[in-house]
Design a protein. Sequence first.
Lengths: 529, 260
Amino acid sequence: MTGAKLDLDRATVRRARTLARRAGRPIVALATSHTTVSVERAVLRMAGVVGADPDGIPWVNRLVDAVSEEVGIEHGVALPVWDALRQFNGRGKQADLTELAQKASTGGVRFRVPDGREADRARAAARRQVGRGIAVIDRRRRERESLVRRIGDAPRQPWIYLIVATGDIYEDIPQAQAAARAGADVVAVIRSTGQSLLDYVPEGAPRAGYAGTYATQENFRLMRAALDDVSRELGRYVRLTNYASGLCMPEIATLAGLERLDMMLNDSMYGILFRDINPIRTFVDQRFSRQVHARAGIIINTGEDNYLTTADAVDEAHTVTVSQLLNEYFAKEAGLQDWQLGLGHAFEINPDVPDSFRLELAHAMLARELFPKAPLKWMPPTKHMTGDVFRGYLLDGFFNLVGAMTGQGILLVGMMTEAVVTPFLSDRDLALQNVRYVLDAAGNLHEDFHPRPGGFIQTRAHRVLDEAVELLERITDEPGDAALLSAIADGTFGLMKRPPDKGKGYDGVVRQAAGYYNPATDILEEPAP
Amino acid sequence: MTSQMTSQMTSTESGRKIVRPYGDTTGDGMVQMSFTLPVPHDKRAEGAALQLAAKMGMDPAMLVHAKAMGPDFTFFVVYGQVTHLVDLAAVEVLEREYPLQTPREVNAQIKRLLRRKLVVLGACIGTDAHTVGIDAILNIKGFAGEKGLEYYREIKVVNLGAQVLVPELVALARAEKADAVLVSQVVTQRDAHLKNTREMSAAFRESYPSGQRPLLVVGGPRFDELATADLGVDRIFGRGTTPGEVASFLVHALAHRKDR
């Protein structure tokens, strides 16, 4: 969809972005001056450390813990680890990092922070080895680009996004392939609900997730391979989505890059607000993970729909806009391009509210016009799905219609059995018929649809934008060096108060010391080859 | 499978109230259902669907829609008359055992009973991350036009949010001297809601002297409201429960406890 239909005031739009930048900049300063256990583990994963001990704790965790105990991680793990590796191998051995991790976990390795020439040598070795991992991520990206070229891309926008979630990857695979054959352009494998709070990434292909399937490197690989098969069969590249959010964002982002996932749920504040993860941990992890996504050519999906499931979708519509603006700022700062910004929003207004459809249209058009080049992610109703599946089916039809009329990039298919059961095969089939009917019947309606100047829709969109600017002003007026952190602590978002020194994973956050070295950040912040 | 029943009284005999589903005429027994069979769509598949309908008590059954879903599955919609009767006198449900009260009445009762604020701890436990239910009951915003428990002047609400571990919940209940613990469970895969609830009630039983633990209340769309003894809790709330119902129950149970 092209052309401005809402007649938004350009100065107000500029002001909104300026405020988002002002709110975000101190957070970036925080992110570049701290590191976390997960960032350091991601570095080791890029360097090729794989596997887990007999208790299922990955060797990257063991190695980072060992370094942390002896010398701390404030210099980064690269210096002590590659220094130890050189000394270890200097005694006539040819050990790799995984062996070093195994040795270290039983106390068999002494770590120190090298300086002078020894530090130079450790830095160079670390950079070489991490560089090889990033080269794999680059190769995966080129592989995707060439597959899309050779096989073909999704036939139209919005891309149709379907979810599978059985808990068992070997059950997910046939379901995902069936979804693709039925018309899905994007398949998302929902994660086991507990996973976002695990401070490690499980190994292998565990077969018993709760309400979802564990995100592991092996599961990523299995599903991507299965979708490659079905992509060739169908003559269109079917994209794969998983979830970065949680305590292991940097590592999951790395694994996703290594296994050629195509999209990742990655929101700047979701973990803080909805999972009670420490704010600083989240922002540090988020920046690193988004740098990896930028390099891997992965499209991020942000989580603004979550605000509307806990708050009122009319009163709090502007919080979605504010979150989108912040997500955009953080994403671009981390190197993501417009085409990689699947900014989220949702159809969650109570259908009993008069003019609810016009309000939804106004909100969706506002997002479209504020972010004209981003593939917006349009999320279906969940909160007002009552169990009356017949009414729910109608609501999903109206949701699809807004999607068609406002040129959304990614359309998550709504299920009439939302909040009732895990969707049946038939629910998915009916839902896809619903989408296809609406897109075929009204897909080009946006050509004819121009809201009346000064009418209901324009007025509403202007008001939401004004409220977003007001909220951003309130946030940037908060006291302290990082006003956004104070705002989060005050309960500005979703009524949840999240102070910067509380929350899960805080003990894994460390301020960088002088001489901190991270070979991954080093490479990722150079211009891509 | 979805099925829809509308009922209408048809006969009464010696305290029994017999009804049949209502389509468009009293006593016609008409219902509608949909389901999928794992067979390709052909004549035999349609016969199989009718066979299932007959075994479910639909006679006659009309197959009104059949559609292939991929090469291996067929989706059916069937309308038909069920032969079954429903005896209303034999229906067992949990009738509300307490009077509904307004927030003002609840506040007054708490003042009288406790002479301090009532402390309510709320959480989603285990792996469940769906806070919709607990938030609907606790947040000021509330649900179905009723304000949540945070709105009650005499109730102190501590909402722990999602994925709270059971030991953490017990420890916080002790630290906060909670009078009641509200737990919401939405995820039901592999019966997680039942397992989590039993684990929670067992932990409270172990940690408190008998008769002194806080009131334990669970809620979620898939619980059987009659299963309190089995799950070791004081009350189970199902789909559509409002904050007012929960608040009224809490003061009722509290008064009841004091009486004992």
